[in-house]
Design a protein around this ligand. Structure first.
Ligand code: NAG
Ligand code: NAG
Ligand code: NAG
Length: 153
């Protein structure tokens, strides 16, 4: 009983950060910003994406394919969007590293669902570190599942 409470406790703690991480921001080796948005598209909605940022209280659209919306002129040709597997979109932005403020909020909207993340200019992880972190949390998951399986068999 205590054991399973412990397992559920640990699982709960681990699932919270996983759930809230709909967005990640990292810096690629060539100094491009990579923003991943992993919101699941609702099957009965029009499939659209929109990436923007909020900087000094101004919200500016970086890339979008929502009809009637268009990106801010200064981002034209500087960003691209690709689909992520299994869900979501990845936006890559070049030449704007130095334009980030101390607190830049990135927002994304996929089929009318929103997410946002605030980053500090000097605290952006490199993308290789992020993939290492993700890999690590996966190995934790596997250990945990094995543990779970073990204590219940
Ligand atoms: C937006 O782009 C996605 C992926 O390329 C596409 O599936 C979707 O149909 C596009 N939506 C619109 C409204 O053009
Ligand atoms: C950054 O800005 C966002 C949105 O304005 C705000 O919610 C958040 O508290 C700010 N973070 C810091 C560390 O100032
Ligand atoms: C960012 O996300 C939080 C929590 O989901 C939400 O309360 C807040 O309004 C969002 N901020 C913006 C600027 O959309």
């Amino acid at each position: 009983m205590l054991k399973s409470l412990f397992v559920y406790g640990v699982l709960g703690v681990m699932l919270i950060p996983v759930k809230s991480h709909l967005m990640t921001v990292c810096m690629e080796e060539d100094e491009e910003l990579r923003v991943d948005c992993q919101i699941e598209n609702k099957p009965n909605k029009i499939n659209t994406y929109q990436f923007s940022w909020s900087i000094e209280a101004r919200q500016e659209i970086i890339n979008t394919n929502v009809s009637g919306q268009s990106a801010n002129e200064k981002f034209k040709g500087k960003s691209r969007v690709e689909e992520l597997e299994p869900v979501g979109y990845r936006m890559t932005l070049s030449d704007f590293r130095d334009k980030l403020s101390d607190n830049t909020t990135f927002l994304c909207k996929i089929s009318d669902q929103d997410a946002n993340i605030s980053v500090k200019k000097d605290n952006i992880l490199s993308c290789s570190a992020v993939s290492l972190l993700l890999k690590n949390s996966w190995s934790w998951m596997v250990c945990l599942l094995l543990f779970f399986y073990h204590t219940h068999s």
